[in-house]
Design a protein around this ligand. Structure first.
Ligand code: SF4
Length: 339
C-alpha cells in the first residue's frame, strides 16, 4: 500500500510557475504538502495556446447559445485554440487519478468561472460554470478525484479528495494485476467502502465473489463502475459510526465493560460534533495493535492515505472539522466554501 503514488494533474500556477495572467503564482499549503507524495503533471492551457505572461485576462462570453473564450481587451477569440489544445492534452495523458485546478479561472475552473453576456469590458456576469479546460476534464474524467485549489481549503472536501485519490490509485494498480489483486483490494478497502456507500460495497463484494465465473476483464470493468459510484460523495457521520461500532465487535471478548462504555460515549460525542473522528479511530487502532487483529490492521478506513506525514497532518484537520460539519449536514448537502 505504501508504494502507490497517485498521478495528479495540477495547474502550473499552483505552487509552481508564475504563469497567471498577472504574473502571479497561487500558494497552497495543501498542494505543497501533497507534492512529495504524488507524481505531478503540470499544465497551463493558456500558456500552451501561445499567450504570454503577463497578459490581459480572458473571459467566457455567452454568444447566442454558445460559450466563447474571449480576450475582451483585444477582441481575440481563443475558443477553437483552447478546445483543440485541451483535446490533444487529455488524449495524450497517461492513466491519471486526479486533477487539482484553479477556481474562478475561465480556463481551468471546475465550476465557478464567471460567464458574461457580451464582450464589453464593463458588464456584470450572468452566471457561473466550468472553464474551457475544466469542463473538458469534467466530461472526460467525471469519476476521478477532481477539485479546485480553493475548495481544498475545506477540511472535509480535502479529506474526501485524498481518500478518493489514493483509493483510485490503489485500484489502478490492482486492476492491472490478477484476480487475487482485485480480491485483496476489495478486502483491504471493505470498511472504507462500507463507510462511503454500504449498498455499493455489497454490490462490489458480490462482483468479487464472482459466482458466475466471469472473465477478469469483465469483472474489473463492472467493479470499477460500482467503485466510482461508491466514491461519489464523502461518507456520512452515521455511516462512519456504523463502521466504528462494527469494528468494536472485533474486540468484544478482550475489552472490559468500562472500556466499551468509554468507547460508546466517545462515539456519541463524535456524533454530537464534540469529538473528532480521529480520536475514536485511534482507540480502535490502539486495540487493533494490542490484540493483533490482522484483518483490521490492513483496513484503509483507519489510514486512507498511505504517506504517514501527509495522513497525520490531514487527519487532525479533517477529523476535527468533519465532526462539526456532520452535526449540521447529516444528509451530505454541499458544504459552503470556506474562502
Ligand atoms: S489558472 Fe490555468 S490557465 Fe490560468 S495560469 Fe493557472 S494553469 Fe494557467
Amino acid at each position: 500500500m505504501n508504494s502507490v503514488r497517485p498521478q495528479v494533474v495540477i495547474s502550473q500556477c499552483i505552487e509552481g510557475d508564475a504563469v497567471r495572467w498577472d504574473g502571479g503564482v497561487i500558494g497552497s499549503e495543501f498542494v505543497a504538502r501533497l507534492k512529495p507524495h504524488v507524481d505531478v503533471i503540470r499544465v497551463c492551457p493558456e500558456i500552451e495556446i501561445g499567450l504570454s505572461v503577463p497578459r490581459d485576462p480572458l473571459r467566457i462570453i455567452q454568444e447566442a447559445d454558445q460559450l466563447r473564450l474571449i480576450q475582451p481587451s483585444t477582441g481575440l477569440d481563443f475558443t477553437v485554440k483552447m478546445q483543440s489544445f485541451t483535446t490533444s492534452f487529455l488524449d495524450g495523458l497517461p492513466d491519471v487519478d486526479g486533477f487539482i485546478l484553479v477556481h474562478r479561472s475561465p480556463t481551468s475552473a471546475l465550476r465557478d468561472a464567471r460567464i458574461y453576456p457580451n464582450r464589453k469590458l464593463k458588464v456584470a456576469h450572468i452566471g457561473k460554470g466550468p472553464g474551457f479546460f475544466g469542463r473538458a476534464v469534467l466530461e472526460r474524467f467525471p469519476h476521478l478525484a477532481l477539485e479546485d485549489v480553493g475548495r481544498l481549503r475545506n477540511s472535509r472536501i480535502k479529506a474526501h479528495f485524498l481518500t478518493k485519490l489514493f483509493v483510485l490509485t490503489r485500484f489502478r494498480h490492482a486492476q492491472a494485476g490478477q484476480m487475487k489483486d482485485l480480491i485483496q483490494f476489495h478486502t483491504e478497502n471493505k470498511l472504507l467502502l462500507k463507510a462511503y456507500h454500504q449498498k455499493e460495497m455489497r454490490v462490489l463484494g458480490r462482483i468479487v465473489a464472482n459466482p458466475e465465473r466471469k472473465p477478469l476483464q469483465e469483472l474489473v470493468a463492472n467493479y470499477q463502475e460500482h467503485l466510482f459510484r461508491a466514491l461519489q460523495r464523502p461518507p456520512r457521520c452515521g455511516s462512519n459510526i456504523n463502521v466504528l461500532l462494527n469494528t468494536l465487535g472485533y474486540f468484544s471478548e478482550q475489552l472490559t465493560g468500562p472500556e466499551k462504555q468509554f468507547f460508546l460515549d466517545s462515539v456519541e460525542q463524535y456524533r454530537a460534533a464534540r469529538l473528532p473522528l480521529s480520536v475514536v479511530i485511534n482507540m480502535l487502532r490502539l486495540w487493533q495493535s494490542k490484540y493483533q487483529n490482522r484483518y483490521l490492521s490492513n483496513q484503509t478506513f483507519f489510514m486512507p492515505y498511505p504517506a504517514p506525514g501527509l495522513a497525520n497532518h490531514l487527519f487532525s484537520l479533517y477529523d476535527y472539522t468533519i465532526g462539526l460539519h456532520y452535526s449540521r449536514r447529516e444528509r451530505n448537502e454541499p458544504i459552503s466554501q470556506s474562502w
